[in-house]
Write a new protein. Structure first.
Lengths: 278, 310
């Protein structure tokens, strides 16, 4: 017993080390975002600020480059996620429950797209979008985001849908429920967690995307936060943008942290369900 | 008597009705998956074919009138240019280094997450944060940590005024570090999923036979996880191969840190040289096909292990 507990304590120590490795860079980000933009640069920079100031946050929230990017990021990521989840939900339902020609092909295609180098498409998409007039618009980003999120959404959801005991739908109908009631009362509550988990993973993907965001936009009309961050300059050309960039980074990391804290179990289940048989 | 008989007898399937239902199911299945299929074709297959066509022309957006058919000359230009090969090697170094380290580190993480009792959910929550963080943010965090005028690394490790971004190898080191930090959680979760599937009885049997923990790891655990390991490796390799965000943010490709995705971006978007740019795009796509082929045929990665493909 005593050795068992000792061994278990050792695993906890290793676990804490993993936690430090995972979270330490975040601490650095937060610390840097509170440094004084005028004086933080020096020959011997320290980890923590000498004085903690809110200036950087004030600056980013008054900078239209950042606020419009934040609006674009939220809007584009939410719309693309919603569309991807709806389109993938139909496909996943068909894959999980039906037999139809081309099912293998669809899954194979999704797999291929998951491995696809997006950079190979920026040239043609850039040209196509300009011809179609959707270059530098929300739609111009929503369409490719939706596409590249589909493989992950389809796998994850079809994996979840396979675990649903579909015969319960018939059972409910035998018990006197209408087809719609059976679906609404029995299937929807069973399918909802899988759909929701998929939505979180898809949102992460859209929130994170950078290459297409800088390739298919040119102004703050559609530029998302990751793209805008790479164009940040200081308030004047003599100022370093470092502390502002970190304040903006903290802001875009907050939704990620909240989602992870609230839905840790679901995200873990979703990541592994979508990838490897379990 | 007859009543009972009727109730017990299974409902006789009428062949015509079954085919009818099967046909209906087929049609519904196709209808439901059509939107996903069409979107994927429109945004990936069509542009890829378009890129193949464009790659056969000399075509700059700055000079649309000068568009002419040049056959495979763009490919010859790209493949004889040292930039392509330098970027190829850079991409290869980043991919091999980050995937190799992530595999070992990811396995260690998975093992700890598997065994830990106290603080289990804390560790699992913490590890998901790098997974969810924006790659551009990760790139900036690590860049500013190593940068001379803002970072703490040189102070902490007594490196004086060593400029990490001043030469190729140290810059690649920081790029790879950021890549590892951000993506190890993903690989460790895939490996954890494989780890929990190794039957506990096998471990028990090996223990009874007097195997050391080290032997159990190499002879029992790892061989039984082979499928999960190969799938994780394939996914991460192809993901690392298209690396763009980290070098773009940290070095803008200076000091030979440009990658293949970066080259495709620069040719197509910055220089709007769509002829040569498309040739780079097509070649980049082919490298991915070759890597996937090596994994599936060479290493016999069983892609049916990937959920969804029953």
């Amino acid at each position: 017993m005593a050795t068992d507990r000792k061994v278990s304590n050792w695993w906890t120590v290793w676990g804490l080390l993993i936690l430090v490795w995972a979270l330490f860079p975040l601490l650095w980000m937060v610390s840097l975002s509170f440094k004084d933009p005028d004086t933080f640069r020096s020959g011997e920079p320290t980890f923590f600020p000498k004085d903690w100031v809110w200036d950087n946050y004030r600056t980013v929230f008054t900078d239209s480059l950042f606020t419009s990017a934040l609006r674009n990021s939220v809007g584009i990521a939410l719309i693309a996620t919603l569309l991807a989840v709806i389109v993938a939900m139909f496909a996943a339902y068909a894959i999980a429950r039906m037999d139809f020609p081309g099912k293998k092909f669809l899954l194979g295609m999704a797999l291929a797209i998951a491995m696809f180098p997006q950079a190979a498409l920026v040239g043609p998409l850039f040209n196509m979008w300009r011809n179609l007039g959707i270059y530098d618009t929300w739609l111009g980003l929503i369409i490719p985001y939706l596409t590249f999120a589909l493989p992950l959404s389809i796998w994850t959801m079809s994996a979840f849908f396979r675990q649903i005991p579909w015969e319960m739908e018939q059972a409910a109908q035998v018990d006197g429920a209408t087809a719609w009631q059976a679906f609404r009362r029995v299937i929807v509550p069973l399918a909802a967690p899988g759909v929701f988990t998929t939505a979180i993973l898809t949102f992460f993907f859209c929130w994170n995307e950078f290459l297409l965001a800088i390739s298919l936009t040119s102004t703050d009309r559609a530029r998302t936060v990751p793209a805008a961050l790479s164009f940040f300059t200081g308030a004047s050309q003599f100022e370093s943008p470092i502390t502002y960039i970190m304040a903006a980074s903290v802001v875009v990391t907050i939704p990620v942290v909240i989602l992870v804290l609230l839905f840790q179990r679901r995200i873990m289940a979703g990541l592994t369900a979508g990838a490897v048989k379990g | 008597m007859t009543m009972t008989d009727v109730r017990v007898a299974p409902p006789a399937p009428e062949p015509e009705e079954v085919t009818d239902r099967a046909r209906h199911e087929r049609r519904l299945g196709l209808t439901l998956s059509a939107p996903a299929f069409l979107v994927m074709v429109f945004v990936t297959a069509y542009p890829l074919i378009y890129a193949v066509v464009l790659s056969l022309y000399n075509y700059r957006l700055t000079d649309p009138e000068g568009r002419e058919f040049v056959g495979l000359r763009n490919y010859a230009t790209v493949l004889t240019d040292s930039v392509w090969w330098s970027d190829f090697v850079t991409t290869l170094i980043i991919t091999v280094a980050s995937v190799a380290i992530e595999l070992v580190l990811g396995f260690a993480f998975a093992f700890v997450m598997y065994r830990i009792i106290q603080g289990r959910s804390l560790v699992r929550t913490g590890i998901l944060i790098p997974y969810g963080i924006v790659t551009v943010v990760s790139a900036y965090i690590w860049q500013f940590a190593f940068q001379l005028d803002s970072g703490f690394v040189n102070q902490w490790f007594g490196l004086g005024d060593f400029n990490f971004f001043g030469q190729r190898w140290s810059a690649l080191f920081v790029i790879i570090l950021s890549e590892i930090w951000k993506t190890t959680p993903f690989i460790s979760l895939l490996l954890l999923a494989g780890l929990v599937q190794v039957p506990e009885e096998y471990q028990e049997a090996a223990r009874v036979d007097g195997a050391t923990p080290w032997q159990r790891l190499w002879r029992v655990t790892l061989p039984n996880m082979k499928a999960a390991i190969m799938v994780a490796l394939l996914f991460r390799t192809l993901d690392a191969w298209r690396i763009f965000d980290n070098p773009f943010i940290m070095t803008r490709g200076a000091n030979n840190t440009e990658t293949l995705s970066f080259l495709a971006y620069r040719q197509n978007v910055t220089l709007v040289n769509l002829g040569t740019g498309s040739a780079v795009s097509v070649l980049l796509f082919l490298t991915v096909v070759i890597i996937a082929f090596i994994f599936v045929k060479g290493f016999r990665t069983d892609l049916s292990q990937v959920r969804g493909d029953r």
